[in-house]
Structure formats: C-alpha cells, structure tokens
Design a protein around this ligand. Structure first.
Ligand SMILES: [Zn+2]
Length: 310
C-alpha cells in the first residue's frame, strides 16, 4: 500500500493546488540532501516528498490520482464489485465504471436494474479560488476533460461488433475544453457546485454531472482542516514558557494582539471568533519560532539553561 500523498505533504485533501506547491517547496527545502548530509532519514523523507508531489503536484496528476482513489474506495466499499484480478489502481474495465456499469453486467442481474436511462459517470473535481473571488462570486474558467460522444459514430458503435476506428467501439472519446463556472457570491470553502450534463457522456444514454468543490486558497502559514481554517502562529520558546503577547495577522487582513498563556505547548490551539474568511471563527495553532541564527549572548544563555536541565 503506497503512502497517501496528502498526508506525506501535510496538507488536507481539500487544499488548493497552490497550497500543495507551497508546502512541497517548504518540505523539499527542509529535507534536501544538501542541507542534511549523511542523514538517511532525511533522504528517505525527501524521496517520499518527491513521490507524493509526483502524484498530486500538477492539476492533471492530481485529478488522475483522486479519480483512481475514488475507484479504489468504490471497490473496497462494494465487495460485489471486487474481482480476483483487481488490486489497487488496476481497474479491469474503467469504461464500464464510467458508464455506471455495462449492459451485459446489468442484464445478468435484471432484478437489480435501475430505472431510468443509461447515464455517464459524474466527474468530481475541485476549483481553486482566491478568497475575494469566492466572496464576490463571478465567472471562472475551468479546464475540463471528459468523455464526449464520438463524432464519427455518434456512439452507435458502443457494445456492438461494429468497430469505429475513431473511438475503438467505445462510442466516446476524451475531449478537453475550457468551461465557464458561475460562482455564487459568498461561497464557502468546501461548497459544491453541480453542473448538470457536464460529466462523462454516455454513448447511448444521458451525460453525468460535473460536481466541483470550491477550494479557497488558505495562504502561507494556514491550512484547512475539515472545513476549518487553522493559522500557525510562531512564538519564541521563552514566550511559550513564560507567556506574553504576540500579534497575529488574520485572513481578513487585520492585525490583532493575543495573549499567550505561560506554559503554552506547541500545537495548542485557540479559537478566535469572526476572524477567518467571511467572518467565520479562526483557529490559531501555536508553533515554535525557528531561529536561523543565534547571537553569541543567546548561545551563552542557552548553555546555562542546558546546565540547569532545561
Ligand atoms: Zn466512434
């Protein structure tokens, strides 16, 4: 079982493409062999990060990965669909899945046959927005790829012995196009937009739908977690122990001062009302401020602290 690229990169499944890129750059820098000579663990980590980025680092790769993951989940959750040849991503007949099951399969189980016309599969994808775009709404271009009816046979060669050279008898062909998506004003991260008939075409039936999930860019130092925005706040070690005040720049653009209680631990969180996008609550998470360089005085004090057992 390969590692989940999202957890390797430390981002949510709902992260925007830009967030994935930023996080990858940060981790790659951190674990780069040049920076960690003779460190086998860092090298392993660096390789995992690269592999994870290969899977979800570009729009195309990510949508392929997400799609195969959905297929995998589908098979795991439907033991009836599992067959002995199936392992992981090797879906035996991806087209029958895209068409929601072939005719032959369904005719074997007439009692289970669904009512209504044959239907192409739905397509699920994400659309990345800046907060301002989600707030005002508007029309956004989306690069879309889906199965369209074959222009040569108009789908008539599907499930027949007649071979259509253009589509190999599938009745459909993969096509790319740019579509315009209408974003409603005050859209939220995670909100879904269903576009009827923009999923995969079915050679002899109706097209599925396109279901887009809105992903709002969390920006540097923030991330989404189950629909909540988490903002990291870097605090020096002495402030974690002794307490103090630090300022936080919120997503809404304002600067606020917050009290850090003595004995705060790395990872402790606090909820601040109305300071996230759209007036939602913001969760801040305390993390240790990294010091790139320390002065001679600081080094001396740290040595003394070490002698004191801290
Ligand atoms: Zn054709």
């Amino acid at each position: 079982m390969s590692e989940d690229p999202y957890s390797v990169l430390g981002v949510g499944r709902d992260a925007t493409d830009a967030e994935i890129k930023r996080q990858y750059r940060k981790l790659a820098r951190q674990h780069h062999p040049d920076r960690n000579p003779d460190d086998a663990a860092a090298e392993e980590m660096f390789k995992s990060i690269q592999a994870a980025y290969d899977k979800v680092g570009t729009k195309d790769a990510r949508s392929r990965y997400d799609e195969s993951k959905r297929m995998e989940d589908f098979f795991q959750n439907n033991p009836r669909n599992r067959n002995s040849n199936f392992s992981g991503f090797e879906v035996p007949d991806i087209f029958s899945q895209m068409f929601g099951g072939s005719r032959q399969q369904r005719n074997k189980n007439p009692s289970r046959e669904k009512k209504g016309p044959d239907r192409g599969s739905d397509i699920r994808s994400g659309i990345d927005l800046e907060y301002s775009e989600a707030e005002t709404g508007g029309r956004i271009e989306f690069d879309h790829q889906r199965l369209r009816l074959c222009p040569s046979c108009k789908g008539s060669s599907f499930a027949t012995t007649r071979t259509c050279g253009a589509c190999n008898g599938r009745g459909v062909r993969s096509r790319r196009s740019t579509i315009i998506v209408k974003i409603p004003p005050e859209s939220k991260h995670g909100q879904k937009i269903r576009m009827k008939g923009l999923g995969h075409d079915h050679p002899v039936g109706v097209a599925g739908d396109l279901i887009l999930t809105i992903r709002i860019d969390a920006k540097e130092g923030r991330r989404w977690e189950s629909g909540r925005l988490i903002q990291s706040v870097c605090v020096p070690y002495s402030m974690l122990i002794l307490g103090g005040k630090c300022s936080v720049k919120t997503p809404s653009g304002s600067s606020i001062r917050i009290e850090v209680e003595p004995g705060t631990q790395i990872g402790d969180r606090r909820r601040i009302p109305n300071m996230s996008y759209g007036g939602d609550d913001l969760d801040i998470e305390f993390t240790l401020k990294e010091s790139e360089e320390i002065t001679e005085t600081q080094r001396e004090i740290l040595k003394r602290l070490r002698m004191e057992g801290l």
